[in-house]
Design a binder for this molecule. Structure first.
Ligand code: G1P
Ligand code: ZN
Length: 544
């Protein structure tokens, strides 16, 4: 008989999961007694965990192992019948999504704070994905939050920690625990979608690449796929071992944080292709020799070339992008006569469209792209998609992008982040902007005429659920756009994101530096929002 303890606890009232689950400073999870337990018990109560099969894994950051041991003991005490857990507790976010779907489980628990730094001083997070493989909808996360406000006890099995280093099956009481290979199912899925032989031929032809796993979860996936299966030389994957503090790196693949990769790709002897993923493996960054692929362009290029890929050769149901993502994808959809959906920021809105077979591909400006193969964005999938396109076209990354602009026009695009500003100042800025919106229509700023200005809201075409206050957008007559929104994923103060876009159909004018091309629009954004005055900042902390 399993020795189950019913432990008294008290609610914390701050456990509201955001779009990416519950995310807090690691110290909050580690040092607040029962912080994790309260959330997990609330989750188990809401999903009625008894008799269920769940997937469990995380990105290997500090507290991953401890959290997994606790969750296993609580799962056993709550009557969960089976848990599939990644070896050593490791599973990337897209891998969890795949395993949930492939084995038709009742959902899964992902331990990660995505691209946020890890370690004792970093961030930690926990997220629940539903049986479709995607992040839980708001009804579920709200129910969990309500439960955390009332919790008085949690259940945990009084058993020693278990060994997760071997691929084996054992029991905790009546619950069976299968320790599964973190990588195998994911690799099989990638093989179904992409032409591994064609990519291997490309790599044999003298084409060179580098992949930076930023000491996070994708290391083992990338070594298996790029080096072992596709034949890239050993050492192609750098920072390949997942470390609890990511070796001090900020595992966010962008121009600021993936610095070593960017320097390498802009060096004289740069390889032909460079890529990276984030902490939990759902984001991607792609570069060519001395050339950065903007993520908004990337999703448009994947859509335009989908017919070259085995997994998509029968066509696409449709495509989608988050509202702040550039309209480059719309240009492709127009030419290919595909429906294009504009959704609020966050992956769950895409999942609903995918479940209804309304879209196949989707992406966000924030280094996320994906398809209906899972219900999360997928970093390595995006990178393989690029490699497969290059294997067919045998062009450089920059040629592929420039040819794309030539055909569809270029959407100059940049995102300016003001990170960790005072929350009150950020709120005030958004409030002020909202107030002046009605007066903006028809106004001319520096030769840009406002065509409309509003706050974005969205009604899911499938569930009819309405989502409001999704950012302020100012649209100009020439197709330019300015978007303002507050980040929902930060853990300190507030982060203001300003997205700036300008469409340039003329090939002769497509080779400007994007900050230069967007200069006037950037100053309009700063003036209109008074962001620098209100937040006491001279400029953004991150420019993409
Ligand atoms: C950020 C990105 C958003 C992405 C989310 C989760 O959210 O901007 O596109 O879906 O991370 O990866 P934000 O901090 O802007 O709310
Ligand atoms: Zn992530």
């Amino acid at each position: 008989m399993l020795n189950i303890e019913e432990v008294a606890t008290r609610p914390f009232n701050d456990q509201k999961p955001g779009t990416s689950g519950l995310r807090k400073k690691t110290a909050v999870f580690e040092n607040t007694p029962n912080y994790l337990e309260n959330f997990v018990q609330s989750l188990f109560d809401v999903i009625d965990a008894s008799g269920k099969t769940l997937v469990l894994g995380g990105d290997g950051r500090y507290f991953n192992n401890q959290a997994i041991q606790t969750i296993l003991k609580m799962a056993a005490a709550n009557g969960v019948s089976q848990i599939l857990v990644g070896r050593n507790g490791l599973l990337s976010t897209p891998a969890v999504s795949n395993i949930i779907r492939k084995y038709e489980t009742d959902g899964g628990i992902i331990l990660s704070a995505s691209h946020n730094p890890g370690g004792q001083d970093g961030d930690f997070g926990i997220k629940f994905n539903t049986p479709n493989g995607g992040p839980a909808p708001e009804a579920v996360t709200n129910a969990i939050f309500e439960a955390t406000k009332d919790i008085r006890t949690f259940k945990i099995a009084n058993v020693p920690d278990v060994d997760l280093s071997q691929l084996t099956t054992f029991s905790i009481g009546d619950m069976s625990v299968n320790v599964i290979d973190s990588v195998a199912d994911y690799v099989e899925l990638m093989r179904q979608i992409f032409d591994f032989d064609a990519i291997a031929d490309l790599l044999k032809s003298g084409f060179t690449m580098t992949y930076d796993a930023l000491n996070a979860v994708t290391g083992p996936y990338a070594v298996e796929i790029f080096e072992n299966q596709l034949g890239a030389p050993k050492g192609t994957v750098v920072n390949a071992v997942p470390l609890p503090d990511f070796g001090g790196l900020h595992p966010d693949p962008n121009l600021t944080y993936a610095k070593a990769l960017v320097e390498r790709m802009y060096a004289a002897d740069a390889p032909d292709f460079g890529a990276a993923s984030d902490g939990d493996g759902d984001r991607n960054m792609v570069l060519g020799k001395g050339f950065f692929v903007n993520p908004s362009d990337s999703i448009a290029i994947l859509a335009a070339n989908a017919s070259l890929i085995k997994g998509y050769k029968n066509g696409l149901f449709g495509v989608a992008r988050s509202m702040p993502t550039s309209c480059a994808l719309d240009k492709v959809a127009e030419k290919l006569k595909l429906n294009v959906y504009e959704t609020p920021t966050g992956w769950k809105f895409f999942g609903s469209l995918m479940d209804a077979d309304m879209i196949t591909l989707c992406g966000e400006e924030s280094f996320g792209a994906g398809s209906n193969h899972v219900r999360e964005k997928d970093g390595i999938w995006s990178i393989l998609f690029w490699l497969n396109i290059l294997a067919v076209k045998r062009q450089s990354v920059s040629d592929v992008v420039q040819n794309h602009w030539k055909q569809f026009g270029r959407n100059y695009y940049s995102r300016h982040d003001y990170e960790g500003v005072e929350a009150d100042a950020a709120q005030q800025m958004m409030r002020r902007l909202t107030e002046i919106l009605p007066s903006l229509s028809g106004k001319v700023f520096n030769a840009y005429t406002v065509s409309s200005a509003d706050e974005f809201s969205y009604t899911d075409p499938v569930t009819k659920e309405k989502t409001e206050h999704q950012g302020i957008r100012i649209l100009f007559k020439d197709g330019s756009r300015l978007i303002f929104r507050l980040s929902g994923t930060g853990t300190q103060g507030a982060t203001v994101r300003i997205y700036i876009e300008k469409y340039e159909p003329d090939f002769a004018k497509q080779n400007m530096d994007s900050q230069e091309a967007l200069k006037d629009l950037i100053s309009i954004a700063v003036d209109l929002s008074e962001i620098q005055k209100l937040t006491h900042r001279d400029g953004p902390t991150v420019i993409t």
